[in-house]
Ligand binder design. Structure first.
Ligand code: AMP
Length: 310
């Protein structure tokens, strides 16, 4: 089974306390695809201008990412984003956004992508996200990402989209804004009532919370001594999670827990290099090795556990 992703393809300019980079390959669909491609085939839907170089296409194709759905607007310019991180790498300021060809993007899903694949609707207008869902014949699992901009400017469209999706992935601040609730557990429960079976709330270096019909599951982040650049960590997390779910061809709670663990480990690679360099430094062997480390870290081991009650 493949994963279909719809999202931004960008040139990112990034500053962090350890360095900076200009106009590097980025965008939600790119970070997601590179992460998900470590698990299996990925089909990308996005838009670029004629300034998008062949070497970027070649890189994505070389990772098994199908680019039939990548539209090129002749004479147009690719989406550009710039951001800066301060000492606390969980906080980022957006310095500029030039939507360019992304502004009028109307995703067209190639016929070959439409049936039977898991779908990731990357951060975008909920109206555009709904138009993608309308074009899919049958997606056994639909996962959607959103951000504060859409919660503030298109809440009713977002709420009607949430009635049609299986899983919403968002960060803690976005969850609090959407639910009007500061407590993350209560926020997850409120959002679930809006429609999705599962809500995955990303808490940066504090890990993530899965809110499901029967309660909550919390998984820690993989502790990293050095973080170069967290740009794309959220999308890499989603890519690893959906890649793992699609490889298991399953979307029950047990599979989701394991997949969130894979997403966590995948995102840790993203943070260790600028732009896409971090995720590109991963291969299946390194990812597997790090997953085993993570698994050991969350295992309570074999020490005897005191019984306090009969
Ligand atoms: P993340 O760090 O996971 O939130 O994702 C960062 C990526 O999102 C960057 O590569 C940006 O190019 C992309 N991005 C930033 N703002 C937007 C936006 N408004 N719509 C779509 N993609 C965006």
């Amino acid at each position: 089974m493949s994963v279909v992703v719809v999202g931004s393809v960008a040139f990112d300019s990034i500053k962090t306390p350890t360095g900076s980079i200009d106009e590097t390959l980025g965008g939600s669909a790119v970070h997601f695809s590179l992460a998900a491609s470590l698990f299996g085939p990925v089909r990308l839907v996005g838009v670029v201008g004629s300034d998008f170089p062949a070497e970027h296409r070649d890189l994505l194709s070389s990772r098994g990412i199908d680019l039939e759905g990548l539209e090129t607007v002749e004479g147009g310019e690719t989406f550009r984003w710039s951001g800066e991180y301060h000492r606390d790498m969980d906080q980022r300021d957006t310095l500029s956004v030039e939507l360019n060809v992304f502004e009028d993007f109307e995703p067209k899903i190639p016929r070959s992508y439409r049936g039977g694949n898991f779908l990731f609707l990357g951060n975008g207008s909920p109206v555009t996200q709904a138009s993608v869902l309308d074009q899919m014949d049958n997606a056994p699992l639909v996962v959607v990402d959103t951000m504060d901009l859409w919660i503030q400017t298109a809440r009713s469209e977002l709420e009607s989209l949430l009635g049609r999706v299986d899983l919403l992935v968002l960060n803690e601040q976005e969850a609090s804004l959407l639910s009007d609730e500061k407590n993350v557990v209560k926020a997850g429960r409120i959002i679930q009532k809006m429609g999705p079976r599962f809500v995955v709330i990303k808490q940066g270096q504090h890990g993530s919370l899965i809110s499901h019909r029967g309660g909550e599951v919390s998984l820690p982040a993989l502790p990293l001594a050095e973080v170069e650049d967290p740009t794309g960590a959220g999308d890499s997390f989603a890519g690893g999670m959906l890649g793992a779910l699609s490889r298991a061809s399953s979307s029950d709670l047990d599979s989701l827990k394991v997949s969130v663990a894979w997403g966590t480990v995948t995102a840790s690679f993203c943070c260790q290099g600028f732009g896409v360099a971090g995720i590109l430094s991963a291969d299946r062997e390194l990812l597997q090795e790090r997953f085993e480390q993570y698994r050991k870290m969350i295992d309570l081991g074999t020490a005897s556990i005191p019984q306090l009650a009969p």
